[in-house]
Structures are given as C-alpha cells and as structure tokens.
Design a protein around this ligand. Structure first.
Ligand code: LMR
Length: 397
C-alpha cells in the first residue's frame, strides 16, 4: 500500500533547522527556527526550570496516568498567568483551561472543538501568519479565509485594510489573532486596534481565536496579555491557545493549554467535555513533565520570581539585539531601511530582502533565515553580529 504515497517536502521552518544542523561550517548562524539563544548561541535550560526539575525528582511519586485534561494545578495556574490573578473571568465560571501538547496541540484541539460546534465556520487568518497555522488548522476541517495584516512596503500593520475585511466577516466565523510578538512580522496590534477588533466582534458576531505563544517576550507578562484580557472582559465567547515553549524554554516538553470562554458555566463545561473527548481520540493525554514544572514554578514564590527575572533577561536581550542589528545594517550602501526592526516586538521581524539575497546569505555565508525573510533576533549575539552585518552589506550591494 505504501507505494501509493508521494514524498512530502520538509516543513519550511523545521526543514531549515535540520539543514542548519547538517551544515558543517564553523561560522554558520541560525536566524531561522523560533528558539531563544543566549549571547553564546546556546539554548540553555532556565535555572528556575532546573530547580523545579530537582524538586520534581524528589516530589514525584508516580508516573501513573494523569487524566485527559492533564494536571489540574497547571491548568489553574495557566489561567492566572494568562488573565492575571484578579481578572473577573476567573471567578465567572465561564472559563476552562485544559493542558495540551504544546501550542500546536492546543490549536488543534481548539480547532476540532470549534468544528464540532459550528462545522461551517470559516477561519480568517491574517496575511502573513505563522506558516503552520494553515495546514494545522485547515486539516481540522476549516475553510481558511484571509484578511490583510502586514504591509511589506511600509513595514506596518495594514490597519485600514484589515478592519475593512474584518467588517465583512460573517457571524459565527472565527478570526485568528496573535496574542503578542506576532510571528512572523513582529508587528503587534496596538491597544486601540485590539479594542476596535473587539468592537467588530461584538457588532458582527465573529469569535476571536487567539494564539499566544510568546507571553512575556514582547513588553512584559501583563502588557503582552492586553488583548486577551480585554476580550475576556468584553466578549461572550473566546478561544485561546497558549504555549510554554518560549517563555519557559520548554520547547521539547510540549507544554501548552487550550482555554475556552463560553456564555455561562453550563456551556463551558460542555465545551471542556468535548475538548477532552477530542484529546482522547487524538493523543489520549498530554505529556506531564513540562506542565508539572510550570505548576511548581508558578506555585512557589521564589521559583516564580527567579523565572520572571530570567524571562525578563530573555526579553531585554532580544530587544537589545533588535537595536544592535538595526544600527549595524542601517547604514548599508544600498540604502535599505531596516528601522522597523528596532520598533517591533518579540523574536521575529522581516528583513524584506530578495530571495536571491537570502539564498546568498545561506549558501555563501551559512546564515540561515526562513524564506519569508523572517529573522529570529535571538540568534544574534555579540560574537556573530559583525559577521552578520558584513555579510548583509555584501549581499545588499
Ligand atoms: C517558529 O515559528 O519558528 C516556531 O514556532 C517553531 C515552529 O514550530 O515553527
């Protein structure tokens, strides 16, 4: 039977990660996959995570099954992290979070629940979006529609065109939004734009589906949550997929959660039961380790303070790499303007160079960048910035 299958090309981001690893050049630079690197180019386990792991070694008494919704303590703590401990939604009875295998698993469970609730709902995604959103959510059954998000010519959010399209979205459709640190553009919605989208959602009756994978890496843990907290206040229904891959550095532990807000507690209980039946049909239960670490960290004042300090270091390092890259390549002989990079948020920005220039960077200089020209700013450090800017200046000539 397998002779009927055709090979599938590598994923554009994970394929680039594999190509980078296979490259034997010493001076190679990884600005591809969205993984944090420190100033020495390493992706270390956070100290707070290491401490939680030591604690877990002592505390963990069993590896028995945990249950379809994962760790209840983790779920409660994620709710507080997403919305803030004092948000009225927490005591409303209208919200439920269940643990999921990473942000991708969360997106998929969320999508399947929505499909069961409204099989004809379409999903509106901004252009551009994380490339895997489309196969991941499309294969759950959604017809994908697009709204303009980013203007490559001005390096800004295409606000008028975005709002004009969102004004046409029919009631019951879903609109995918990035909670913060937009991937791939780094251009985040302003508070005013979030508010306007909430107005439109109320007016039109569409439902936001928020993907938040970088809370704490943009402007801070609370600042990065503005959109979802405001929408949780104002909208009757909301779906939020979240990930601990980046802010806890738990990439390979596949630690995420899916949160549903419904009109009342009866409805949200039904939604959660549907999510659990979907999880059972796909993977049965989420992996435990990462979630146990997160709940240990968030439940212990000292560990939590240490984690927040480490996360702040990550955030500030990325910000300073934005400034460093901008100042290093801004005076290029081709006169290309890169000033947007310094103003944007999170791990990514577009370079906006040609594909021939991008290919030269990879082939000649071993600098790996995703084909959309998305750079991971966290791949820049004090040792490679000189090499990156020299190489950039060469290909821009
Ligand atoms: C990225 O966008 O690089 C990360 O979210 C990793 C991934 O799975 O694509």
């Amino acid at each position: 039977m397998f002779e009927t299958l055709k090979p599938v090309g590598m994923d554009p981001i994970l394929g680039l990660m594999a190509a980078f690893r296979a490259d034997s050049r010493e001076q190679k630079v990884d600005l591809g996959v969205g993984v944090y690197q420190d100033d020495r180019g390493r992706t270390p386990v956070m100290t707070s995570v290491k401490e939680a792991e030591a604690k877990l070694m002592e505390l963990e008494l069993t590896k028995s099954y945990q249950g379809i919704a994962g760790d209840p303590d983790y779920n409660a703590r994620m709710l507080q992290l997403l919305f803030g401990a004092d948000h009225s939604i927490l005591s409303s009875g209208r919200v439920k979070t269940i643990q999921a295998p990473g942000g991708s698993g969360a997106l998929r469970v969320g999508a399947e629940v929505i499909q069961r609730a409204t099989p004809n709902a379409k999903l509106w995604v901004g252009v551009p979006t994380w490339p895997n959103h489309i196969p991941l959510l499309g294969s759950a059954g959604f017809e994908i529609k697009e709204y303009p998000y980013y203007n490559l010519a001005t390096d800004e959010i295409n606000s008028d065109a975005m709002m004009e399209t969102l004004r046409q979205v029919p009631a019951g459709d879903m609109v995918l939004l990035h909670g913060c640190c937009h991937n791939p553009t780094g251009a985040d919605l302003s508070h005013e734009q979030w508010d306007q989208i909430a107005d439109l959602a109320l007016e039109r009756g569409f439902i936001p589906f928020i993907d938040t994978a970088y809370q704490g890496l943009g402007n801070g843990l609370n600042e990065d949550a503005y959109g979802m907290r405001m929408m949780a206040d104002r909208l009757p229904e909301l779906v939020i997929a979240s990930s601990c891959s980046k802010n806890f550095g738990l990439y390979r532990e596949r630690t995420g959660s899916i949160t549903f807000i419904a009109e009342n507690s009866q409805q949200v209980d039904i939604v959660a039961s549907q999510a659990m039946s979907i999880a059972r049909q796909i993977y049965s239960m989420p992996p435990a380790h990462g979630a146990l670490l997160v709940s240990l960290i968030l439940g212990d004042d000292q560990l939590r303070a240490n984690w927040q300090a480490e996360l702040e270091e990550v955030r500030l390092r990325i910000k300073s790499m934005r400034s460093l890259l901008t100042s290093s390549i801004q005076g290029n002989s081709a006169g290309v303007d890169f000033s947007h990079i310094e103003q944007q948020n999170g791990m990514f920005s577009f370079l906006g160079i040609s594909s021939a220039q991008l290919e030269r960077l990879r082939e000649e200089f071993g600098i790996y960048i995703v084909s959309s020209t998305r750079v991971n700013l966290a791949g820049i450090n004090s040792s490679n910035i000189g090499y990156i800017s020299e190489s950039m200046n060469t290909v821009l000539k």
